[in-house]
Design a protein around this ligand. Structure first.
Ligand SMILES: [Zn+2]
Length: 203
């Protein structure tokens, strides 16, 4: 019997796309990216974060990532598929599918923007997630993780003073303050600690 597939927690819907009224403001003598109507909670880790809706209904955008739900998954170690905790209550370890830095899958990445996956959804995530399938995915458990950077689009001004995107989806460290001030962050990157590759799930 075919199993009903989830609409993954971390995947956005077309109706969640919002206008981004971006602007530069001068803060402490330098330019800082903001929204014309920015709210304090739209800035975290020194960067402005992409604004998005939270309705979770409409046409699903399979190849994109929902900024707020991705960040929530990373900070609270939630499953990318169901949005529930990905930490095993018995062992305290987080189950996580990581891209490999080698074709044989023997060197899982030590930092990632991919959220964890709970044990129940390892098979579904491996079978259906286009982001994971592009790389050589390795099923691991992880003892801990901590934020180290953001994936972001960078903005500058052209000769006429108009705001323009200068870089698209580049990784920026949380200590690169000169870049964070003109970054629109879309995903949180975490460092993986105490990593153990595991046997692939059965079925
Ligand atoms: Zn799950």
């Amino acid at each position: 019997m075919a199993t009903q597939l989830h609409k993954p927690y971390v995947t956005p819907y077309a109706e969640e796309t919002l206008d981004l009224p971006l602007a530069f403001e001068r803060a402490a003598g330098s330019l800082q990216l903001t929204y014309r109507d920015a709210l304090p909670q739209e800035r975290m880790f020194g960067a402005l974060w992409a604004r998005c809706g939270i309705a979770r209904e409409g046409k699903i955008q399979w190849h994109q990532v929902h900024t707020l739900r991705q960040r929530r998954c990373m900070l609270k170690r939630l499953c990318r598929v169901c949005g529930e905790p990905a930490t095993d209550p018995d062992t305290g370890r987080i189950s996580w599918i990581l891209p490999s830095e080698s074709a044989d899958g023997l060197r899982p990445a030590r930092s990632t923007a991919h959220p964890p996956t709970c044990r129940a959804h390892l098979g579904e995530a491996l079978a259906t997630c286009p982001h994971l399938r592009r790389e050589t995915p390795v099923v691991c458990t992880v003892g801990d993780s901590s934020p180290i950077g953001v994936l972001a689009n960078l903005y500058g001004e052209d000769n006429d003073g108009r705001l323009v995107e200068t870089s698209h989806q580049v990784p920026i460290g949380l200590d690169e303050f000169h870049l964070l001030s003109r970054a629109l962050a879309t995903q949180l990157i975490v460092r993986i600690e105490d990593l153990r590759p595991e046997l692939p799930p059965v079925g």
